[in-house]
Design a protein around this ligand. Structure first.
Ligand code: ZN
Length: 445
């Protein structure tokens, strides 16, 4: 035990309720993992001592439990909560955040998204924009993310180095695309594989905070050869996979034409080893049902729900309640720049509101509660990165310290304070951020 934080601790072990410890304690070991969490210091020490009787414990661990070797940090009246996880975001679209919101998907891609992504052939431009992007993820308390970069290997490397320099966790994808896209955003299968291998060589530690993630943009922009090569890379290097799934009906029809043997969109990925053979996250799943839902469930594929993007691009309302009832893994994505807001706290609010629209149409499916949304943003999404997103012993300590003095003017309960921060707060109340036990300062611009 190296550090003990005292604060009002709130987290969600289970999706239906918050754990609330008023003036509670949380012990964090030198490896960055939570050692124990308790309502008072005496039970924390007792709890940690019980743990040391496990076979893995040794003399050095006993020494760490020595009260003389423990720093107690009193955070006073502040809230201590798990940090946020963003399961789907396009870093090179950051400049386009909040513009072209009146366009439909196709003109939006052709006139805004693709021209912007082409600029990332220029590594100086990439560094300038990516610094801003990483800094703003930090501002909003997102300590882990699954990120799409562009096809450009060197710009992608810059983004990965920026995450590493910041000390924040990220799975970063060099994007694979070679059909139905402008020439400047297409590369050969061979170039794609070589680019990945050079990134893998630099970021190869399995427990590293920053790692590559295999990223075919989506089926319509990749030839069968490219999809096949992506599946092979994932298997050979045991790397996770991310892409888009069932976002809109035209896209689903297009996939059916391109992959006529597939029984559903998800099956088209599955045929190339890109659907749960290694940890996989798929964004949107607005129209997922039947066989595709079963396939997601069977393969443990993570769904990245992107409510702001689904609203802005007018795709539809994903059946999140049904996904939860069926036991699917679900987290949130900001999906910049289809989505306009980088704050996962705001994404929680949109997800709840969107589920209320769904509920108005179909009362058989209850809308999402705050604890469910919080659980999705923390423990559920965090599971894509390992033991992340909770304060249970063994979890990596990814945390935010919230100073809500300016919002807490009338003796609200701790849960009401958290709810108010989520609904009406912003980065100004986030006082400290931790990733894997380390306090993370503002990344340099
Ligand atoms: Zn996307």
């Amino acid at each position: 035990m190296k550090k003990v934080y005292k604060a009002h601790i709130l987290y969600t072990k289970e999706r239906n309720r918050f754990e609330v410890l008023e003036n509670g304690y949380i012990a964090v070991d030198s490896d960055g993992c939570v050692k124990g969490v308790a309502a008072d210091l005496a039970s924390l020490v007792a709890d940690a001592s019980k743990r040391r009787t496990s076979p893995a414990s040794d003399a050095s661990e006993r020494r760490e439990l020595d009260p003389d070797d423990t720093e107690i940090i009193d955070l006073g009246d502040r809230l201590l909560i798990p940090a946020m996880n963003d399961l789907h975001v396009h870093a090179p679209q950051y400049r386009n955040q909040g513009i072209a919101m009146d366009l439909e998907l196709l003109p939006w891609l052709q006139n805004y998204t693709f021209p912007e992504e082409m600029k990332y052939a220029d590594t100086e431009y990439a560094e300038r924009m990516y610094r801003r992007f990483v800094r703003d993820l930090w501002r909003f308390g997102t300590m882990r993310s699954c990120v799409f970069a562009t096809i450009h290997t060197e710009s992608t490397r810059i983004l990965m180095r920026l995450f590493r320099e910041a000390g924040m966790g990220a799975l970063v994808g060099k994007v694979g695309m070679n059909r139905n896209c402008p020439e400047g955003l297409s590369e050969s299968v061979k170039q794609m594989v070589q680019g990945y291998e050079s990134l893998i060589a630099e970021f190869k530690e399995q427990d590293g905070l920053v790692r590559p993630i295999i990223t075919p943009r989506f089926i319509p922009s990749c030839t069968p050869e490219m999809l096949h090569a992506c599946g092979e890379l994932a298997a050979r290097y045991q790397l996770p996979v991310q892409s888009h799934l069932s976002e809109n009906k035209d896209e689903i029809a297009q996939v059916q034409r391109l992959e006529p043997e597939s029984t559903c969109y998800g099956d088209a990925y599955d045929r190339y080893g890109l659907f749960g053979q290694t940890p996989t996250v798929m964004a949107h799943c607005v129209f997922t049902e039947g066989e595709e839902l079963e396939l997601i469930k069977r393969h443990g594929v993570m769904v990245a729900h992107c409510p702001t993007s689904n609203l802005n691009v007018t795709t539809g309302i994903a059946p999140i309640r049904q996904f939860l009832d069926e036991g699917l893994r679900v987290g949130f994505g900001s999906d910049i720049s289809g989505g306009h807001d980088l704050s996962i706290f705001q994404i929680m609010v949109y997800a709840i509101q969107m589920s209320k629209l769904h509920y108005q149409r179909n009362h058989a499916r209850a809308f999402l509660t705050l604890s469910e949304a919080f659980w999705m943003a923390t423990k559920s999404a965090g599971s894509f990165f390992g033991q992340v997103g909770s304060f249970e012993p063994g979890y990596e300590f990814d945390a935010l310290v919230i100073d809500d003095r300016d919002l807490n003017h009338d003796n609200y309960s701790l849960l009401e304070r958290l709810e108010r921060f989520i609904y009406i707060g912003d980065d100004r109340q986030i006082e400290k951020r931790f990733c894997r036990g380390k306090e993370i300062g503002a990344p340099k611009l």
